[in-house]
Design a protein around this ligand. Structure first.
Ligand code: KG4
Ligand code: ZN
Length: 360
């Protein structure tokens, strides 16, 4: 089964062809991603109107490229999968309408995919996991810990009560005068900094519930920075290193509780997996911290290659393929995009949960 995936929920215009084999394994036949980073960078963040217009201009060409690279045509495609939420509504409309048009013209079924489900199921594509697993989704718009018990079965264990982790990296970068997107820049500066120089908080430490909080940490960086009339390169590096250390300490403490919870809920799984996805998963200090955490707890860490951690359409195609393989019904032509669409609809609404707006 071959599925064409379309992703336009934020600032990447992406299309991909993915094959799902009868044994449940998958192959990515093509994975084309056009980043709009340069168009948004001057504004220090994603501008929804610019994003929507850029998707309109680029999407048909990106789909043609994805078909060409996979050496395939619409005739060989069994289904279309398009992101229909959560995200920026303008971009979602562009991608979903394009998906509907292709489905109508070719007579193929259309699957309207939750972008977060794409992130959640990627490990089943890359690593063929079938057991339930723990998923840490850390991006510019989300910080969630979920149990992925199967296709369509997601239970949120924790979410951020204020800023997403990527957002905290981006805001920290901004207040230190570093360019957008801040995450990679903070990581780069941190490499030469002293993580012990500044005393920053470890938010939520010791709290019984599993949730995350990052806005206080960013504020603490601001207060420390304000004590200096002018920040030297060394000050910036030390602040970045201290911030990143506070982040990794916090993730380790919060996740060790999540891991224990998962172990208690699924005692039959021998070596459970912690999967990390989302743009922040590109951070090497975070990957290293998670690797030692999982080692200590007898879990294995699965971190997808960076291009499958950040937004892409292969994960959308795969989510569509998984649904099709299960015989789940396709969506009809009147399916509507949803700017807010939590994965676990039964979980209490919080800021970080399937939220409206930028970056899922
Ligand atoms: O997954 P992504 O490309 O878009 C979504 O949010 O869906 O993630 C972007 C976020 C941004 O906040 C960016 O600063 C952060 O991921 N990020 C990083 C790193 N690379 C990207 N944060 C920390 N360290 C990095 N190396
Ligand atoms: Zn995403």
């Amino acid at each position: 089964m071959v599925v064409l995936g379309i992703e336009t929920s934020c600032d990447e215009t992406a299309a991909s062809l993915v094959r799902r084999n009868p044994d449940g394994s998958g192959d990515i036949l093509s994975n084309v991603v056009l980043s709009q980073l340069d168009e948004h960078a001057p504004f220090g963040g994603v501008v929804p109107e610019i994003a929507a217009r850029a998707h309109v201009e680029a999407l048909d060409g990106i789909i043609s490229q994805a078909l060409a690279r996979a050496e395939t045509t619409f005739d060989d495609v069994d289904a279309i999968a398009a992101t229909s939420g959560p995200g920026l509504i303008g971009g979602l409309i562009v991608g979903l309408m394009t998906g509907k048009a292709i489905a109508a013209a070719t007579g193929k079924p259309l699957y309207a995919v939750n972008h977060l489900e794409g992130h959640a199921l990627t490990a089943r594509l890359t690593d063929g996991i079938r057991d339930p697993y723990l998923l840490l989704l850390v991006s510019g718009g989300h910080t969630q810990l979920l149990v992925v018990a199967g296709v369509g079965d997601y239970r949120r264990l924790a979410t951020t009560i204020d800023d997403a982790l990527g957002e905290a990296f981006d805001k920290t970068a901004k207040l230190l005068g570093l360019p957008y997107p801040g995450g990679p820049e903070v990581e780069r500066r941190a490499a030469s900094g002293n993580p012990l120089r500044f005393d920053l908080p470890r938010p939520m430490r010791g709290e019984e519930r599993l949730d995350f909080s990052f806005s206080g940490l960013k504020t603490a960086v601001r207060q420390q920075a304000a004590k200096h009339a002018r920040l030297s390169e060394e000050d910036v590096a030390d602040l970045c290193a201290s911030f990143q250390k506070a982040v990794t300490d916090t993730l380790e403490e919060r996740l060790s509780r999540g891991i224990e919870r998962f172990r208690a809920d699924f005692p039959e799984i021998d070596t459970p997996a912690l999967v990390v996805a989302g743009g922040v998963a590109a951070n090497r200090a975070i990957r290293t911290a998670l690797a030692s955490l999982t080692d200590r707890h007898g879990f294995r860490l699965i971190a997808a290659p960076i291009e499958l951690c950040t937004d892409n359409a292969a994960m959308i195609a795969w989510a569509g393929a998984e649904r099709m393989a299960l015989g789940l019904p396709a969506d009809t032509a009147d399916v509507a995009p949803r700017s807010r669409w939590p994965l676990d609809e039964s979980a209490e609404v919080r800021i970080g949960s399937g939220r409206r707006g930028a970056k899922a």
